[in-house]
Design a protein around this ligand. Structure first.
Ligand code: ATP
Length: 800
């Protein structure tokens, strides 16, 4: 065999026998981990054993520890829970149990263990590794095994993956299963919302999280909750009831017909007394609300993993195999995590220790410390939640001189996140005393009808789970009539502009920045929030709406695959959106287990088609009679001018020679999704609030600069809204001198978990392929490599 593509060639001679297990509470994505470990293991010339029922599989051995083949994990990406079972194994906590486990492993020649579980499972794994030499000695000393039998097994390799719905592990931003669980919570609360509104009821929704409030916090943001209770931010024991009543009553007085309070099962007050759902309900009943409790329970563990968890599980599973092969007796056991969007290896025991220290910090009432030990965005998300819920109480309103008019416009095709982002921006503005304006129906609405509307609290408060665009969107650019756009910005004294949309939004921002030469109003801070299913805006690895699109495609492709497997001999060619960017196609291929993915970046050649047809034919031979063997090709809409979706389907049919047939499936606009995904809702709030803060900071900085210039005697050269120092803001008129900001037009981007602001001209000039309407960077190459490994494409190529 030839060497594989990734950089671990030097260790490939050391063929390993790896056992993979899932342990502790189950989490969506665990099946995807096993699939990735089995297939990557085989690709890297290892043998992989499935260890069934958690550590019991090691302790009992026999049929619970059995070799897995490539075909064994076919179809596992779309399955929930774990198909190799999980268990809490008490025997493994005892040395005699671990002794039995070591013997079973050595008898099968297994020298590496990949464990996917929570901190308990990873602690057990680390202990096992550290004890391993003494366990081997004891097996020899007691005659259970001979010295010869154990000679090759003096060292055990351990790699940990975190499967947990709680997102409670330190040293990683996300655990496998957490976003799936959050998605289930959002779905359930959305269902509750309709009945709550109908009857004008209050609902207390209890979510999982005994020691970690991540689910509770994110559910609060994404479900538009009035209040949340989480362990890391305990409210005052003496005051929380009154505070809760106040916020819920205030929202009712403003016109909200329903009340939603999220309670994490581990919620506490600052005296460390539990806050229960019943206590919360009692408070709401006291203020006259017809209140019900819904405890979501195991629904939160259920179901198929969302796109993000499938991606995380797959990339981490492959990296676990690479980590096994690269490990030496001296390297500490790694835990595979994700930080800032990159798959990373962290020392396993340090991560477990840090995780446990959160509970210690809470027990010692060091709540700030506990918050700090959570993932990098936890604290910020908590502040965001307050800004869009509790802070409508007027406590955060800024000085009159600092109150701003902020306009929001939607540009381009709708995505499911336009409304949640607008809601968060508007609620944030209102909490600070600013005035949010919605420009109706994009730039053309403004130019033709001067359609600008003030957004009130009640207008937007229900938009957290609403797809489409309530203020309207279209593709028109401001250059259609820049003078009129400038006129309305001046008329409404706009101090900051938020443009939400895809490539047209990005282009609009660039046009406005260029136009400031003629229209000084465009010196105000302006921000583009990328929101497009194609994720083709330069400057960001993620666009709002792309997660919803991916989840829509995941459901669509799972159904298509099921249909293909039911008819046994059918192949589907699915055409997905993405314009000239292959991101959506590559990601979808990775998380649905497509046999081949065609993108504009890679193009389609006769040779690749030929190879993929060979792979297809091999697959059909091997899967004879297998009802999980649905086959699917993914083709981006612009992957080739010649090889259209229907032509590829015809070529497949022709090459099948009657043995298999093909169909096309084109989801089209369905990909925009109807309801925004949980992840999109959370990120929409984060992007939107960051954009408002940028506008605030820039205005405040400019105000100070103007004040300083005024004091230095330059005041008469500047144009102000009013005539007093406290009235200084961005208002510009032709024919007068004005304050110029060189960098005032930003694109908000996500790089990993960091939100960054980049100047539009810098991106336009250096990182944009204007003709192809996308960025020049391809940040998803690892997805392509890994999908090629796991689909069998790379195996075929390396054996040719
Ligand atoms: P979750 O986060 O869902 O609770 P977990 O991995 O923390 O997952 P645990 O029940 O703590 O779940 O651990 C799962 C299994 O790991 C245990 O049943 C046991 O077999 C093993 N294990 C846990 N802690 C240890 C330990 N200290 N020593 C040996 N084995 C352990």
């Amino acid at each position: 065999k030839q060497q594989p593509e990734t950089g671990i060639d030097s260790v490939l001679t050391a063929k390993k026998r790896i056992a993979v297990m899932t342990s502790g509470g189950d989490a969506p994505g665990m099946c995807a981990v096993v699939r990735a470990v089995v297939r990557a293991g085989i690709y890297y010339d290892c043998e992989v054993y499935g260890c069934y029922e958690g550590y019991s599989g090691l302790v009992q051995g026999g049929d619970l520890l059995r070799k897995m083949e490539w075909e064994d994990v076919r179809g596992w990406l779309s399955l929930g829970g774990t198909l190799i079972g999980t268990a809490r194994c008490m025997e493994f906590k005892e040395r005699w149990g671990r002794l039995k486990a070591a013997k079973n492993m050595i008898l099968r020649g297994i020298d590496a263990l990949v464990v996917c579980g929570g901190d308990g499972s990873l602690t057990g794994a680390d202990l096992f590794r550290s004890e391993w030499p003494s366990l081997v000695d004891e097996l020899v000393a007691t005659g259970e095994l001979s010295a010869e039998q154990t000679a090759k097994y003096r060292h055990l390799t351990i790699v940990g993956l975190v499967g947990s719905i709680d997102n409670d592990m330190a040293s990683t931003d996300n655990t496998i299963g957490a976003y799936s669980s959050l998605e289930r919570i959002c779905e359930m609360v959305d269902y509750i919302d309709s009945t709550a509104s109908s009857h004008s009821r209050a609902f207390v929704v209890e979510v999982m999280g005994r020691h970690c409030g991540w689910l509770g916090l994110m559910a609060g943001i994404s479900c538009g909750a009035d209040a949340i209770f989480i362990p890391e931010r305990p409210p005052s024991a003496s005051g929380w009831r009154e505070d809760l009543k106040k916020v819920c009553l205030r929202h009712r007085e403003k016109g909200r017909r329903k009340t939603t309070v999220i309670v994490a099962e581990g919620a506490l007050d600052d005296e460390l007394q539990p806050i229960t759902s019943q206590q919360v309900k009692d408070c709401l009943v006291e203020i006259g609300l017809d209140t019900r409790i819904t405890t979501l329970g195991h629904v939160q563990r259920g179901g198929s993993a969302v796109a993000f968890d499938r991606m995380l599980a797959t990339l981490q599973g492959v990296d676990a195999v690479r980590a096994v092969l690269e490990s030496t007796p001296d390297t500490p056991s790694p835990m595979i995590g994700i930080l800032d969007g990159k798959i990373v290896r962290q020392p396993l025991m340090e991560a477990v220790k840090l995780t446990k220290s959160v509970a210690t910090a809470i027990a010692a009432k060091k709540f700030d410390e506990a918050m700090g030990l959570r993932d990098s965005t936890f604290k910020e998300s908590y502040a965001n939640f307050l800004d869009i819920s509790k802070h409508d109480d007027g406590s955060q309103v800024v000085d009159e001189s600092k109150r701003l008019n902020i306009a929001i416009v939607h540009v381009g095709a709708p995505t499911a996140t336009l409304n949640p982002a607008t809601r968060a921006a508007a609620l944030y503005c209102l909490s600070k005393g600013h005035t949010p304006y919605g420009i109706q129906n994009g730039w053309s609405g403004l130019v033709r009808h001067g359609a600008v509307r003030k957004l009130d609290w009640l207008d937007v408060e229900e938009w957290h789970n609403l797809g489409g665009s309530e203020i309207g969107t279209n593709r028109t650019l401001p250059s259609t009539d820049m003078g009129t756009v400038a006129y309305y910005m001046q008329k409404y004294e706009i101090h900051g502009l938020i443009i939400i949309g895809g490539f047209e939004a990005f282009r609009s921002l660039h046009e406005l920045k260029v136009a400031k030469e003629n229209y000084p109003i465009f010196n105000m801070p302006m921000v583009c929030l990328p929101a497009t299913v194609s994720n083709n805006v330069p400057g960001t690895e993620y666009s709002l709406g792309s997660d919803t699109c991916l989840n829509t495609l995941v459901k669509y492709c799972d159904a298509v695959k099921q249909s293909a497997s039911a008819s046994r001999r059918r192949v589907f060619v699915v055409e997905v959106q993405g314009g000239n960017s292959g991101y959506v196609a590559s990601y979808t291929g990775l998380v649905t287990g497509a046999l081949a993915v065609y993108t504009p970046e890679e193009k389609i050649s006769l040779r690749t088609l030929q190879e993929d047809l060979e792979l297809l034919s091999e697959n059909f031979k091997k899967d004879e009679g297998d009802n999980r063997s649905g086959k699917m090709f993914i083709r981006n809409e612009n992957a080739s001018d010649t090889y259209s979706t229907s032509l590829i389907a015809e070529i497949i049919r022709e090459s099948g020679g009657g043995k298999f047939e093909s169909r096309t499936a084109i989801p089209g606009h369905v990909q925009q999704g109807r309801v925004p995904s949980a992840m999109d809702r959370c990120l929409a709030a984060r992007f939107a609030i960051k954009a408002c803060q940028y506008i605030e900071e820039t205005n405040f900085a400019a105000q100070s600069a103007i004040t300083r210039l005024w004091n230095e005697g330059f005041g008469s050269n500047l144009t102000f809204k009013g005539h007093s120092e406290t009235d200084l803001k961005f208002v510009y008129k032709h024919g007068k001198k004005h304050l110029i900001l060189s960098d005032n037009a930003k694109v908000v981007g996500i790089h990993g978990t960091n939100v960054i602001f980049e100047e539009v001209d810098e991106l336009w000039e250096n990182y944009t392929d204007v003709a192809l309407r996308k960025g020049k960077d391809m940040h998803w190459t690892e997805m392509v490599t890994v999908n090629n490994i796991l689909s069998g494409r790379s195996v075929l190529r390396k054996t040719q």
